[in-house]
Design a protein around this ligand. Structure first.
Ligand code: ZN
Length: 396
């Protein structure tokens, strides 16, 4: 069994130990030590990285009570040799902030909205707490977030105590441990939270820095709350700040007024789109007359071909119907990978038959009535060719 130095003191970042085993597994090497300050992945917390006698430790695994230090290169030391360990301080601090932050937020969620933590995950990009509630309001989450940050600002001491099984009842634990053990490692945030936990935590709540809830998702009847701590939260704040500054610069407004500016723009865009649609509707007969002037004669039938690529497909349909109602013609309208065929009622041709011929030849699909048929799944280049030379449709 590896003696776990982080168990009593999470501030140990360098240590001396003896190598007790070196196993080769595929391309990697797993080193065992008699004692280690490296935290292995467990309890929802990620492993530490660092080095052993200058050699990189890429992963740390907990298996059968032993801590395995995974390296990608063969160790330069042998079993029995003394080695010196060094933990990556930034990653450890990050993990301690996340883990302490999780304890604080889990307790704050109980205090403010009686939501109990079912599980937690401390990730590289963000961390999550799953609570036994189907939903929480934005106000619930805000109150929990405020209390959590209040506890951080109070800089309450965080202590590690080892408590025997029969004394466990005297502690107001958030959750009774599942496993029966002789003694339990209890993490206490002074006068606020008590939790049986094997992870690495800050020595006081202040070093968590900040807690920000960033989202929630429903999951198996529970709620999963996303949150950030410490430098992760600061980086997220910087990113969001830059986004808002960039948006407000576009509008030459103050950052706090950018939402109003965007809302005004969206509302104005809606009004303009409506106006644009109305103008197009009014202009359609004029356009149709122009298209008719350019109509080509194929076997005695007038054919109008128009390219609507990049335009609204609903408008393309309206144009097709407008054309065949105004003149006795065949209308061929292309729009990116789609094709519309429309035939005036008096003509002895079928739009669906014509479309089917094109689809068979060019690999699209679709159908419709003798008057109006539409198809999709064409190559947009083929559509462009057909609009430029609609006689091809009748040659097929
Ligand atoms: Zn913990």
């Amino acid at each position: 069994m590896t003696e776990r130095l982080y168990y009593r003191d999470s501030s140990i970042l360098t240590f001396k130990a003896s190598a007790t085993g070196i196993d080769q597994a595929d391309e990697s090497y797993r080193v065992r030590l008699d004692r280690s300050a490296f935290y292995p992945t467990s309890g929802g917390q990620l492993f530490d990285t660092g080095n052993l006698s200058g050699m990189k430790v890429v992963e740390v695994i907990d298996e059968g009570g032993e801590v395995f230090h995974v390296m990608n290169e063969a160790p330069t030391f042998n079993v029995g040799d003394k080695v010196s360990g060094k933990i990556d301080a930034d990653r450890r601090r990050d993990n301690m902030q996340k883990h302490t932050g999780q304890h604080i937020l889990s307790r704050a969620l109980i205090e403010t909205c009686q939501a109990e933590t079912v599980s937690a995950r401390l990730g590289d990009d963000y961390s999550t707490i799953e609570v036994n509630r189907e939903s929480l309001t934005d106000d619930d989450l805000l109150r929990a977030e405020l209390l959590a940050n209040e506890v951080i600002f109070q800089d309450r001491p965080v202590s590690i105590d080892f408590v025997p099984h029969d004394k466990l009842k005297e502690i107001p634990l958030r959750k009774i441990p599942d496993r029966e053990e002789e003694q339990y490692r209890i993490i206490t945030i002074k006068d606020f939270d008590w939790s049986a936990c094997g992870g690495t935590h800050s020595e006081a709540t202040g070093s968590v820095g900040v807690i920000k809830i960033t989202g929630q998702e429903k999951l198996r009847g529970n709620l999963r709350i996303h949150f950030l701590t410490g430098m992760q939260a600061v980086e997220d704040y910087r990113w969001r700040f830059d986004q808002i500054e960039s948006i407000s610069n576009i509008f030459t407004r103050h950052g706090r007024e950018s939402l109003e500016a965007v809302e005004n723009l969206v509302a104005e865009n809606g009004r303009l789109r409506k106006k644009n649609t109305e103008l197009k509707r009014q202009m359609l007969p004029t356009y149709i007359d122009q298209w008719y002037k350019n109509a080509i004669d194929i076997n005695g039938t007038k054919v109008i071909a128009v390219d609507f690529s990049g335009e609204n497909f609903k408008e393309a349909r309206q144009a097709a119907l407008g054309i065949i109602n105004r003149y006795e013609v065949v209308a061929v309208i292309g729009a990116d990978d789609k094709l519309l065929m429309a035939v005036s009622e008096g003509l002895p041709l079928s739009a669906s038959d014509l479309l089917k011929k094109v689809a068979d030849q060019f690999g699209g699909r679709g159908g419709g009535s003798p008057q109006l048929a539409q198809g999709g799944g064409f190559k947009s280049d083929d559509i462009k060719v057909l609009i430029a030379a609609p006689e091809k449709i009748f040659d097929i």
